[in-house]
Structures are given as structure tokens and as C-alpha cells.
Design a protein around this ligand. Structure first.
Ligand code: G6P
Ligand code: MG
Length: 215
């Protein structure tokens, strides 16, 4: 019996990848190499530090842990100048309507994101009130594909993992949901998210009725 939905943020509710890309690209440029949109795909769902490590590997740059921390901080400050300007019209098509439909039907809602900026983003989008629990990058120690972020979400809602459906756009996120014994709806390409129970283009294709098909 499905009782709760757990949502990833970036790529599911809002497209922050474009801002992450600008900030990472600028950092790469300062370090003297190019960072492409294709490279950026590798950073989806990946934590900030792991993202930096991937970027440095692409540029063939080796740095001390201390310097890495400084660069991650610098990238985040740049990224935050973009997200602090976000507006509710940047919510992805259908996301808000689906969240409201779930709420009306009594389905519990939580966020499960790797981002340490999740609270800021939800506030900017004026969506915070729709989430009963927010588990973000500040509350977990293990990154996806580890199920920690979603298991904590289920725990906060006081539901069992097999009563949860996760919405994810990253392969590591789909793996995290399944590893947590939850059902998963992938958002994006079936080539990448094939392990999910269902794959859709976006939340505009979702409804309570369709969710119940997973029961
Ligand atoms: C999400 C995004 C990743 C990002 C990560 C950490 O998972 O998909 O691209 O690196 O969050 O975000 P943060 O806001 O903490 O730097
Ligand atoms: Mg995502």
C-alpha cells in the first residue's frame, strides 16, 4: 500500500543543473580547462565534493584537500548567486500540481536530496509548505546510491520503506530507492533509468491514479 512519495529536488522539481553547470564551468575556466555540458551530465545526483573530484579529474588537476575545500566553497558561492534569484515560475511543469494532488489525497510527502542548498531552493520556489519532511545534504553522511537519504525520509514520515515511491532523475538515485526497498519512478530517459518501476518525462505526466498503478 503506497502511503508516501519521496522527491529528489534537482532535475525532478526544478532544473538547477543549468546553474551548477555555469558555476562549475567558471571554476574550470579559472583552472585553465574546458568543462562541457556533456561533462556536466556526470555530476547529476552527485555530491558537491564528488562533483569537484570529477571536474578536477577531467582537467587533469591535482590539489590538496585544503585547496579543494576552498574551490568547492567558491563554486557554491557562485552557484548561490543564481539560486537566490530563482522564482516560482522555474518549478518544472506539473510538479506543483502533482504535489498538491498528493496532499489532497492524503499521501505523505518528503524531500530526499543530496543538495545542501535544498532549503534555499524550496523557499525561493515557495514549495516548502508542501513537504512534511526535508532530508537534504546537510542531514546525510552517505551519498546516493546509498539509500540513507530516502530511508531517513521514510522514518521522518513514520512509514515503511515498501510504502514509499521515490521520484528520481539520476541513475544513482534510482539505485538508492531500490536499495532501500522502495518503488521508484524515473524521470528522464529509459536508457539511463531502466531499473525504475516506471519511467516518465516529467511530473506533468504523473497523477494520483497513475501512482496507484504501482500498488
Ligand atoms: C544534487 C544535484 C548535484 C549536486 C548535489 C549537491 O544531487 O543533482 O548536481 O552536486 O545536489 O548540491 P549542493 O547544492 O549541495 O552543492
Ligand atoms: Mg536529481
Amino acid at each position: 500500500q503506497i502511503k508516501a512519495c519521496l522527491f529528489d529536488l534537482d532535475g525532478v522539481i526544478v532544473d538547477t543543473a543549468k546553474y551548477h553547470y555555469i558555476a562549475w564551468r567558471e571554476l574550470a575556466a579559472e583552472l585553465g580547462f574546458e568543462f562541457t555540458e556533456e561533462d556536466n551530465e556526470r555530476l547529476k545526483g552527485v555530491s558537491r565534493m564528488t562533483s569537484l573530484n570529477i571536474l578536477l579529474e577531467i582537467g587533469g588537476v591535482t590539489l590538496s584537500d585544503e585547496d579543494k575545500l576552498k574551490l568547492a566553497e567558491k563554486k557554491n558561492e557562485n552557484y548561490r548567486t543564481f539560486i537566490l534569484k530563482m522564482q516560482p515560475d522555474e518549478i518544472l511543469d506539473g510538479a506543483e500540481a502533482f504535489l498538491k494532488e498528493l496532499k489532497a489525497k492524503g499521501i505523505r510527502i518528503a524531500l530526499g536530496s543530496a543538495s545542501k542548498n535544498a532549503m534555499t531552493i524550496l523557499d525561493r520556489l515557495q514549495l516548502t509548505h508542501l513537504f512534511e519532511a526535508i532530508i537534504d545534504g546537510t542531514k546525510v553522511s552517505e551519498a546516493k546510491p546509498d539509500p540513507e537519504v530516502f530511508l531517513k525520509g521514510a522514518e521522518a514520515l513514520n512509514v515503511k520503506p515498501d510504502e514509499c515511491v521515490v521520484f528520481e532523475d539520476a541513475e544513482a538515485g534510482v539505485e538508492a530507492a531500490l536499495a532501500g526497498n522502495m518503488k521508484c519512478i524515473g524521470i528522464g530517459s529509459p536508457d539511463v533509468l531502466g531499473k525504475a518501476n516506471m519511467v516518465i518525462d516529467g511530473l506533468h505526466q504523473m497523477s494520483f491514479e497513475k501512482l496507484m498503478e504501482l500498488n
